[in-house]
Every structure is written in C-alpha cells, then in structure tokens.
Design a binder for this molecule. Structure first.
Ligand code: SF4
Length: 498
C-alpha cells in the first residue's frame, strides 16, 4: 500500500476560512453565513484510467467540499492513495496521479470547517483488516454514530479520527461474516443520511441510506461503472447516467459485474430539499429532476405567490440565478446581473477589523452600480440562515444606488437544525427560529421579504405524487424529520466525515 499526504497543518491552514470557491461557509466569524455543503464522493470500477477519471470527477464535485480531497486506487498488488488539504487541482499533479495505478478508485472532496483543517479526516480513509485493504468514503451524517462509537470503544476499538467513516470501518472489520454481509449488517445499524463508497481489491460497494437523503448516481463509461454524488461529474468525464442509487440499496461490483442488493427496505424517500434549492450544481439531475429547471420553477412560483412591482430582478450568484430568471420570466420584469461574484479571489484570510471584513465581502460579491442605480430591485436568494449575509447584500445594493430592495427567498424559513450532514448553526442563531418574517425584513433592511411556501417548493421540485412530501426531506423548514433524531448525542453541526 503506498500513500502520501499534502499540506498537513501548515501555518496557512490555520487561517484559511475555506470559503473561496463557493458560498458555503459557517461559523459566526465567517464573512458569509450560508449553509455549508457536505461532501462529494466519486468511484470508478473497471477502467484503466481510474485515477485520472476520479481527478476530473472530483473536480466537478468541488463545490461540495473544498477543504480536503483524496483518491484511493487499487491494482492487483495493493492500494495506492493520496490525500491532502486544499482543492483537487492543488492536491494532485501529474506525478501523484501517475502513482495511483489500478482500474478501480474511490475519491472524496470534503467540506470546510471553520478553523479546523484536519488532514487526518481527509478521505478516503484506508484500513488494513483481516480481509486485506479497505477504503471508505462517505457523504452525510450518522445520527446514532456517537452511540455506536462508544459501544465500539467500550469493547476495545481505538479510533484515529472523529469521522463516521471510521466507525463503519470498525463495524465491518469486527464482523466474522464475508465482506458484503458485514457491510449489510453494519449499514443496517446506521441511522442518518449517507452515501457510502467502499473499496477492496477487486470490489467496489455503493450504498445510500434508506431515505435517500444524500444523492448518489451510477453511470457507465464504456464497460466501466462510475458512481458520483452528482450527475454533473458523469457528464464531465463523458460517462452516461444509468440511474440513481435507490434508498436502502447496496450495489456491489466485482469481476462478475454488478450485483444489485439491499441492506434495508426503502422506508420513506426523503431527498434533501436543500440539494435542489442550493447545494447541487444547476447542471446536475437528482432523481430525474434537473436543478436549473427546478430552481427556475421556484422563481416562477415565488412570482405567483409574491409579485412586487419593480424595475429589475437579480439573483445572488451562483445558486439563485436560475430562480431569478424564472421570476423574471413569470413577471415580465427584466432579469439583470445586478450582483457579480468574483470567482478568482483565491484564499481569503479573515481580517481582524470589521472594516476589512466588509472589504472581504466586496472582494467576493459586488453590486453593479450602472445596473441597479435608481432602480427598484427584486433580489432572489436561496435561504436566510442568520440574516447577516442578506443584510450585507441588501446594503450593498442600496449603496450602489438601488431605490428599493425586495427580497424573495426560494425556500421556506430555515428554522430547524439538520442532522444529516448539513452544517447548520446553533438553532438559536437561525434567524427564522425566533423572528417573524416582518422582524427578519427589518433585520435585513429590505423593503419587502417573502419566503416560498412549503407547497410551492414541493410543487416546483416535482416528484412522485404518491410519496410523502413528494419524496423530499423538508425537516429544516417543517421540523418533520424522516428518521428518529432524539439521540442525546446526535450531532447537528457537522458532516459525519468531520
Ligand atoms: S433537514 Fe434540511 S438540510 Fe437537512 S437533509 Fe433535510 S432538507 Fe436537507
């Protein structure tokens, strides 16, 4: 087994906020208070170029996690892996990829945590057990992980990381059963939202939680099988989408091909609604629903529910542009690029003074004065978490000369924590948990404010009529969690890979 690691614990890492690629940043000291994405997984089975394909696939999933990444390949001899802190393009170069030989691979991008850059938690995690080499990576969070971890520790297990992934590896390694049976029994114990990829020499296993909370798709590239958190990664490498991995399903690939199995029945499909609203890329499809199209429908629905007379519609880039186009189409009010995001800001270092922090915001997002000056603006955004980001953006538009700023949000008020891998702040810090819509409007300095209704959101996404909530998790809006969450130790503030 060969391995290497990059950039572990440098001085820069201690100051890196990790928020330079997308809008997802947490922590009360962060410039933006958007929800943080979780992680992304990618897998290849049966292709001689597995490492390079994983590189491109992970690059397409970069928006799901920027703090660290890794790839583990397997050839006939052993595993080869490399993990590091930073973006995929920073962690891997030609030499590192050439060292990752073999026709199967799993890879991971991990989201950022404010102030905690831990190489030990970078994935895939790689283990040696009695069956040989084992590599595991995950996206999501196990609600009952602390209880299982304690049980394992009490019976002698020693953990190197704080990650859910390691708990799974221990459950598998301790089982006397063969690998697939051990994985099935381990997964049957898990409660939460997760998508897993597990690799041994000659085998790749993909699985989704029984509610399908976290997305995972399967594709094909020639005879090779590809797995990815989002379908955009399939497109990137020229693979053809085959299907979504179903809730509770366990897919096993080996020399005999694909084996379709289950570790649990589908209980109630509950795909994370925030994937549709904000997390996933607009060119991805989840369960056949294209993200750009569903966001456009959210904008159209917002216009029907809350029309306001205005001169221009603008969207907070990037996730709200599709919805702004939909709002504009529905109302006839022209869509304009009133806000521009600078994608090339590089790493951001939190500055000590408020004045410099505000400059940091403008470095990432700017109002276009010539577009908004003297105009009544409808500003579309995907969510309001603490309210601080919305206030900054509204004030930015006003400083650029907007006469009025009407805020329209493509989700219902976000008022409950997520237990399934989305990094949400302390519930008391969620502005919608304690303030009325009118109080939030005042707090963000908007002329008017409207949140999309629950039914409006569900209708915009679509889905199967016969399914509860049409197959969506809406718990952060309506407090109706698809799994039990009353575990004393349940984590609410991080992805399980942290
Ligand atoms: S609680 Fe909200 S963020 Fe968490 S999985 Fe459900 S819809 Fe997604």
């Amino acid at each position: 087994m060969t391995s290497s690691a990059a950039n572990g614990g440098t001085a820069l890492d201690r100051f890196w906020t990790g928020d330079y690629y997308n809008e997802g940043v947490g922590g009360k000291d962060s410039i933006f208070d958007k929800l943080k994405e979780e992680c992304g997984v990618f897998g290849v089975f049966g292709h001689p170029d597995a490492a390079n394909l994983s590189y491109y696939g992970l690059h397409a999933l970069q928006h799901r996690g920027e703090e660290s990444c890794g790839i583990c390949t397997a050839d006939e001899e052993s595993f080869h892996y490399h993990r590091g802190m930073g973006l995929v393009k920073e962690v891997f170069d030609r030499d590192k990829l050439e060292a990752l030989t073999g026709n199967q691979a799993i890879g991971h991008v991990r989201y950022s945590t404010a102030g905690a850059s831990k190489l030990a938690n970078a994935q895939p995690l790689v283990f040696k057990y009695r069956g040989g080499d084992l590599a595991v990576c995950t996206n999501g969070n196990l609600v009952n992980e602390p209880g299982i971890r304690k049980e394992l520790e009490d019976s002698g297990s020693i953990f190197q990381t704080t990650s859910d992934t390691e708990v799974i590896a221990h459950l598998i390694a301790r089982s006397p059963k063969d690998l697939v049976q051990a994985v099935k029994e381990a997964f049957a114990r898990l409660i939460g939202g997760f998508a897993f990829l597990i690799q041994t020499q000659g085998r790749l296993i993909a699985a989704c939680d029984p509610h399908g909370l976290r997305p995972l798709v399967m594709g094909k590239l020639g005879d090779a099988y590809i797995f990815a958190s989002e379908s955009c990664a399939l497109e990137t490498i020229g693979a053809v989408y085959v299907r979504d991995v179903q809730p509770g399903e366990l897919l096993v690939l080996d020399q005999d091909g694909l084996h379709e199995d289950r570790f649990a029945p589908m209980v109630r499909r509950a795909v994370c609604a925030m994937e549709y609203i904000y997390f996933a890329r607009p060119d991805s499809d989840i369960y056949g629903v294209n993200l750009h199209s569903s966001r456009k429908r959210m904008g159209q629905q917002l216009a029907q529910e809350s029309f306001v007379d205005a001169d221009i519609v603008t969207g907070v880039p990037d996730s709200s542009i599709s919805a702004a186009i939909g709002y504009a189409e529905q109302t006839g009010i022209p869509y304009e690029l009133g806000l521009i995001k600078n994608k090339y800001t590089g790493r951001t270092f939190i500055q000590p003074s408020q004045e410099l922090r505000e400059k940091g915001v403008k470095m990432k997002l700017s109002a276009v004065r010539k577009v908004v000056e003297g105009k009544r603006v409808v500003m579309i955004d995907d969510s309001i978490v603490r309210g601080t980001t919305s206030l900054r953006i509204v004030n930015m538009l006003r400083e650029a000369g907007a006469l009025e700023v009407h805020v329209r949000i493509t989700s219902p008020p976000f008022m409950n924590p997520c237990y399934y891998g989305i990094d949400t702040p302390n519930p008391a810090d969620l502005i919608a948990s304690s303030k009325t819509v009118e109080e939030i409007r005042q707090a963000i300095n908007a002329d008017s404010l409207y949140f999309l209704s629950d039914t409006g959101l569900i209708d915009s996404i679509g889905g199967h009529d016969e399914e509860f909530n049409r197959g969506l998790c809406m718990a952060c809006f309506n407090n109706d969690y698809p799994t039990p969450v009353e575990f004393e130790e349940a984590k609410t503030t991080s992805c399980g890979c942290d």
